[in-house]
Design a protein around this ligand. Structure first.
Ligand code: CTP
Length: 399
């Protein structure tokens, strides 16, 4: 239907990028990017009317998103026409326009388009031998300024390499390294870098990707003081094993922060402050790092020797997910299982009958640290024994 609307608006319409790549690879992809040779926003508005969808336009970029009732989205962009508005040369212009648009893209595998207008429906537009690269599993830039135009493409290259088990082509690799060494990645905002890293960590083999980032020297430009060693690799491996478990228990866990617990080990105060400014780590996260830096060894041995929860609680308290994740880097599967049991105890244990108010009234105390001490002690005991009777136990504690 999109193609039919294209005809009605007299605009050539294409589906481009990742959708085409995955279609040719026979992999499902529901991210549909449309490029229109003409005014993309006008087109989106027209299509939305016919399809009963909502248009969210971004005037500045000549793009729009169609949002359907069921939440499904389609992005519509305008192919760059500015260089090609030569009157009298129309058909040529049409082709060059989509060509120009595709040429600006990151890699050949993402630079193909499929026409949607009915007269040419399904025709593949492949100007740069992209299909061949796709078949041979090659990640190749389209022009030498690609990584300068958008340095996050260095990280994207590794993402596609790992996802499809492809290889970055030699010349591309050379340009990547040259631009990396010229510190182009440092010019990108921390937020965008973080976003790209989060994406790469969502892939099926995050550790393979991190290794490759380290191997290519990209990691060093993101974590300037990190030396990627086999020990670090082992720690990350354990973290990736632990992450699904912790994500079942806490919401909004950031994979970037999770691996940062290990990658930021041994950072001095200033560099850590620099990293906090760049990547927006919450203050609490940095405090967790300081805590684990001092307490890692005792915590590790406590969990490994399966000390009672009440004893671990004295050191670890209620903790927080990033402390647990960092600790998991030092634990084998057995240790991780015990840590998870501790976390489950923390998450499910609450004092129900005995509160601060109860203690004050019952024992005739004024508010102060003693109250808290009593409550904490009772709580720790309940961690070991969930069915303990709070009222009689607090009396014993008080004695
Ligand atoms: N693109 C680009 N340069 C970037 C980001 C994106 O040229 N830095 C282009 C690519 O042609 C890409 C398309 O925009 O195919 C859509 O980008 P995005 O949705 O981020 O990636 P996909 O290729 O769809 O990959 P994924 O399957 O991971 O969504």
């Amino acid at each position: 239907l999109i193609g039919v609307y294209g005809n009605e608006m007299k605009m050539p319409v294409y589906v481009v990028g990742g959708f085409v790549r995955d279609l040719l690879l026979n992999i499902p992809n529901y991210d549909i990017d449309i490029v229109v040779e003409g005014n993309g926003i006008e087109f989106a508005k027209y299509a939305a009317k016919q399809l009963n969808a909502i248009v969210v336009p971004y005037e500045k970029f000549y793009t729009a998103t169609l949002v359907f009732k069921d939440g499904f989205k389609i992005d519509v962009a305008t192919a760059r026409t500015e260089y090609y508005e030569k009157p009298g040369d129309l058909p040529q212009v049409d082709v060059s326009t989509i060509k120009k648009d595709l040429y600006r893209r990151d890699f050949t595998i993402n630079a193909m388009a499929i026409k949607l207008n009915p007269n040419e429906f399904g025709v593949l537009y492949d100007f740069f031998n992209c299909q061949k690269d796709l078949e041979e599993g090659i990640i190749r830039i389209l022009h030498n300024l690609s990584f300068i135009e958008d340095p996050t493409r260095m990280i994207r290259a590794v993402r596609f390499e790992t996802r499809y088990n492809f290889k970055i082509e030699e010349h591309t690799l050379e340009i990547l390294k040259r631009n990396l060494e010229a510190n182009y990645l440092e010019r990108v905002s921390g937020a965008r870098i973080r976003q790209e890293i989060e994406k790469i960590l969502e892939e099926k083999q995050p550790l393979v990707a991190v290794r490759r980032l380290a191997e290519l020297g990209i990691l060093k430009h993101i974590f300037p003081k990190t030396y990627y060693t086999p020990t670090m690799d082992e720690k990350l491996e354990r973290i990736f094993r632990f992450l699904p478990l912790i994500k079942q228990r806490y919401q909004n866990i950031s994979d970037f922060y999770a691996i940062s617990t290990v990658l930021l080990e041994f950072y001095d105060k200033e560099t850590l402050e620099f990293m906090r400014n760049r990547y927006g780590y919450p203050k609490k996260f940095i405090e967790s790092l300081k805590f684990t830096e001092n307490m890692m060894l005792p915590l590790k041995s406590m969990v490994e020797s399966k000390l009672a929860f009440s004893d671990i609680y004295k050191v670890l308290g209620k903790g927080n997910p990033y402390i647990f994740i960092h600790l998991s880097a030092y634990l084998d599967d057995d240790g991780q299982q015990y840590l998870i049991r501790y976390i489950d105890a923390i998450l499910s244990t609450k004092l129900e009958k005995v509160t601060g108010k109860y203690v004050m009234e019952k024992f005739n105390l004024k508010s102060g640290p003693l109250i808290n001490e009593i409550l904490e002690k009772l709580y720790a005991m309940k961690l070991d024994n969930p069915s303990l009777d709070e009222v009689s136990t607090v009396e014993k504690i008080f004695e």
